[in-house]
Design a protein around this ligand. Sequence first.
Ligand SMILES: Cc1cc2nc3c(=O)[nH]c(=O)nc-3n(C[C@H](O)[C@H](O)[C@H](O)COP(=O)(O)O)c2cc1C
Length: 217
Amino acid sequence: MFMILTKNDIEAMGRIERLNLVNSLTGPKPANLIGTIDREGNPNLAIFNSVVHIGSHPALMGFILRPAGDVRRHTHENIRATGVFTINSVGVEVIAGAHYSSAKFDAEVNEFTECGFTEEYLPDFPAPFVAESRLKIGLAFDSELPIPSNGTSLIIGRIEHVMMDDSLFAPDGKLDFESYDAAAVSGLNTYYSVTKKAVFPFAHPGKFPETLNEKKV
Ligand SMILES: Cc1cc2nc3c(=O)[nH]c(=O)nc-3n(C[C@H](O)[C@H](O)[C@H](O)COP(=O)(O)O)c2cc1C
């Protein structure tokens, strides 16, 4: 049996149930911590599940920022103030601290220390990286695209730095997440680990893909 929910069913749901359902519909997404700093030098860290690749030339990444509402969005304010931010991949061993970073801490609270992480800096790049992360990206703010239907926006950054564990980098430029144990998150509180299943060649019509590795799906 398949359950069918119509638009009206979804609209009739309670706020939390609807939020949980719609947030889960895209499936597990990468868990990332976004690091920023304000003009006074206070670092800020928060978890985001909406990080996406926008394009590789120029190298761009982005994420969806929820509407401010009555609470301040420190990540947004800091990016607008300093023009830089970092995206740090979350390993499964630090999911509790990463999740804790979503709490509404006051601006003066250092979420790095509060959530069990360590700040790391590159010369001439003010935004803090997460030392514990095995893949971290430094970005310069590029643009903000408002999404009129719900007041969210897509924040786009240009990739300026990529720092990663040596074991991640494969000779063809792909990252090998097999040994990495990166966390994925479904909805807003359920964390998964990811496992490599197959590598396929570029797809062409008329040639059903066969795996390039020994693992069969
Ligand atoms: C798993 C998870 C994923 C989240 N993803 C996003 C997201 O993609 N966009 C967003 O605006 N907030 C997201 N949040 C909420 C932020 O983490 C939260 O609002 C945080 O307090 C923002 O911190 P800031 O005020 O320092 O920017 C997410 C929360 C959780 C628990």
